[in-house]
Structure formats: structure tokens, C-alpha cells
Design a protein around this ligand. Structure first.
Ligand code: ADE
Ligand code: ZN
Length: 353
């Protein structure tokens, strides 16, 4: 635990915690927008666009969501994204996410998108970014949610293809704040993308990367030292390396942890084994996020509730810390961070009995 608490945790009854988790303001920093495509919307877009799916029904598709590891999920996730063709499809997908985020008291969201999944099918980069950024603008005006887009490079593809993707996106530079690195982690270390990340750094883009989800702690070290990222996505395997834990804590390097994802993809056998409490107790800037909520069993509040239910050592102070961390770790101006943090403190102060 790090900052001074603005409330007395002893005055928040355990029974009040689920309600508080649900209504506290929070930021989401690790959501693949293609992972928010619910089966119903996949089928609706398939019909609208004349795309045939290898599943006969919504139920059959949902029944296929029994994953054994990251790759078994990615195969279905990329197939689901094949229904996205027009700017309106990308808008509808993101808008559905924002409505769910609003219900979960998400006040700020930074959305990953995977352009290579779409450009490889002949969908222009402008189609993807135009639809997503229109939804982001409407989220602000209609729901009061601020947001930003982060373009992810697929790490199972080559660095040359990442450079091509960057070049295609640069005319739309004003619509995204940074770049990330996702897809199959094992066998694709951060070093593979050293030069394209150096170029993005020169361009003033924010830098993040998935590391230490399935891959070893060495991938977290190289995301920090070679790619020079400003956040680590997942990073849960840092608990295996004491020196790394010390470095992450001392630098307040954020980890965007995704508890339901980690259980669904068998990083942990059960939620009770999740290492989130160890990360927080070591003083890391850990946050809770949904990753691919349509595939992993829930959005932000489902993640918070499942985590706190399975790990009874987590209390009101951890809830507050996680939300405070999400604001600290976000890429918004300091004044906006302070405003979000103030609303969080008021929420906890008013929950005391
Ligand atoms: N793409 C979508 N979800 C992902 C995850 N959890 N890890 C890596 N790449 C992803
Ligand atoms: Zn992810």
C-alpha cells in the first residue's frame, strides 16, 4: 500500500464492499475493443455484412469459449473480428462497450485496437480508426466518459509488418495516443520490436506492451529496458522475480492486471490463487481491467467482484488503492487525474458508518 488513505477502512463494513466496488469511479486501461464483441453483436454484424460464421448460433459460439491457454483464445478472437467491415461496425462495437463501462462507473478508458486483424482482410486503416474515434467522441458527450485509443502491433507478425502498420496509421496520428504489443507472447519477445518502438518513442507516442502474461519475467525486463514502455500489460509473472518486483514498486511502473482473463486462460487454476494481493502488498501500481470482457466472463465490475469474493484478504483499502492506481497509471493530464481521484475519495468517505 502506498498513499495515505482518505478514509478509515474500519468504518466500512465488509457487507458494504461489493456495493462500493461497483459504484466507485475507476479507469479501465486494458481492454481490447475487439474483445468486447459479444456473440449477439458478432451474429448481427455477420448478417448485416453477409459474412458466414463457422458456428450455427450464438449459443454454439459461446459454448466454444472454453480456453486452455492464450493461443486457444486468440484463434476464436480473430475469427470473431472477421465480421467488422464498415466504420459503423467499429462504432457499434465500441459504443456497446462504452454503455457497459458507464454502468460500471468507468470514468476514463484507454482502448486497445488491433488494426492488423482488419487491414489483413482488406479493411482500410481509416475505416477502423474513424469508427472507433467517433464512438470515443460520443462517449464523452453522451456518457461523460473520457477515452483514448492505443494501436497494438500483433507480435506473432514481423517487425516489418509493424512498421507498415505504423506508416498506414500516421496520417491519423491525432486519433491515437500510443502503441502497444499484444497477441501470442511465448516465442515473441519484446526485443523483436525494438526498432519500431524506438521510432514510436521518437514520434512522442505513449508506449505499453503485454509482458509476463504467459511469458517469463525476462520479457518484462526487456519491455522495460529495450522497449522503454510506460506500462506493463498483465505482468503477473513478475512475482517470480524479487529484483523485478523491487524495481516495479520503486518506479511505480503500472501493471494492468486482468483477473478474469488470467483464470479463463489458465494462468491461474482458480481466482483464489491470483497474485493481485501480493502485487498490491509489495507496493506495485497494479490496476484491475477486463482485457476481453465478452470472452472472459465480464466487464470491469465483474472483475472487481470476482476478485474480492475469491480473495477475502482484499478489503476497502485495496479497493480504493486499485481505483487510485488506475487514475495514476492513466495517460491523462495531471489536473484530470486529480479530479478523478477527488471523486474517488468522496465516494469512500461517504461510505463510512
Ligand atoms: N489480444 C487480445 N487479448 C489478449 C491477451 N490477453 N493477451 C495477448 N493478446 C491479446
Ligand atoms: Zn490484453
Amino acid at each position: 500500500m502506498t498513499a495515505a488513505l482518505p478514509f478509515d477502512p474500519a468504518r466500512i463494513p465488509a457487507a458494504a464492499l461489493p456495493g462500493l466496488l461497483a459504484r466507485m469511479p475507476k479507469a479501465e486501461l486494458h481492454i481490447h475493443i475487439e474483445g468486447s464483441l459479444e456473440p449477439e453483436l458478432i451474429f448481427e454484424l455477420a448478417r448485416r455484412n453477409g459474412v458466414s460464421l463457422p458456428y450455427p448460433s450464438v449459443e454454439a459460439l459461446r459454448a466454444a469459449y472454453a480456453f486452455t491457454d492464450l493461443q486457444s483464445f486468440l484463434d476464436i478472437y480473430y475469427a470473431g473480428a472477421s465480421v467488422l467491415l464498415q466504420p459503423q461496425d467499429f462504432y457499434d462495437m465500441a459504443w456497446a462497450y462504452f454503455e457497459r463501462a458507464a454502468a460500471d462507473q468507468v470514468v476514463h478508458a484507454e482502448l486497445f485496437f488491433d488494426p492488423q486483424t482488419h487491414t489483413a482482410r482488406g479493411v482500410p486503416m481509416a475505416t477502423v480508426i474513424e469508427g472507433l474515434s467517433r464512438a470515443c467522441a460520443d462517449a464523452q458527450t453522451k456518457l461523460g466518459i473520457s477515452s483514448a485509443l492505443i494501436l497494438c502491433f500483433l507480435r506473432h507478425l514481423s517487425e516489418a509488418e509493424a512498421f507498415d502498420t505504423l506508416e498506414a496509421a500516421l496520417p491519423l496520428r491525432q486519433h491515437f495516443i500510443g502503441v502497444g504489443l499484444d497477441s501470442s507472447e511465448r516465442g515473441h519477445p519484446p526485443e523483436k520490436f525494438a526498432r519500431v518502438f524506438a521510432k514510436c518513442r521518437e514520434l512522442g507516442l505513449k508506449l505499453v506492451a503485454h509482458a509476463g502474461e504467459e511469458g517469463p519475467p525476462a520479457y518484462i525486463w526487456s519491455a522495460l529496458d529495450v522497449l522503454q514502455v510506460q506500462r506493463i500489460d498483465h505482468g503477473v509473472r513478475s512475482v517470480e522475480d524479487a529484483a523485478l518486483m523491487q524495481r516495479l514498486a520503486a518506479s511505480r511502473m503500472p501493471l494492468t492486471v486482468c483477473p478474469l482473463s488470467n483464470v479463463k486462460l489458465c494462468v491461474y487454476g482458480t481466482m483464489a490463487e491470483h497474485q493481485l494481493p501480493a502485487l498490491l502488498d509489495a507496493g506495485l501500481c497494479a490496476t484491475v481491467n477486463s482485457d476481453d470482457p465478452a470472452y472472459f466472463g465480464g466487464y470491469m465490475n465483474a472483475n472487481f467482484l470476482a476478485t474480492f469474493e475469491a480473495l477475502p484478504q482484499l478489503g476497502a483499502q485495496h479497493a480504493w488503492q486499485l481505483a487510485a492506481n488506475s487514475f495514476e497509471a492513466s495517460f491523462v493530464p495531471e489536473a484530470q487525474k486529480a479530479q478523478m481521484k477527488k471523486a474517488l475519495d468522496e465516494c469512500f468517505a461517504s461510505a463510512m458508518v
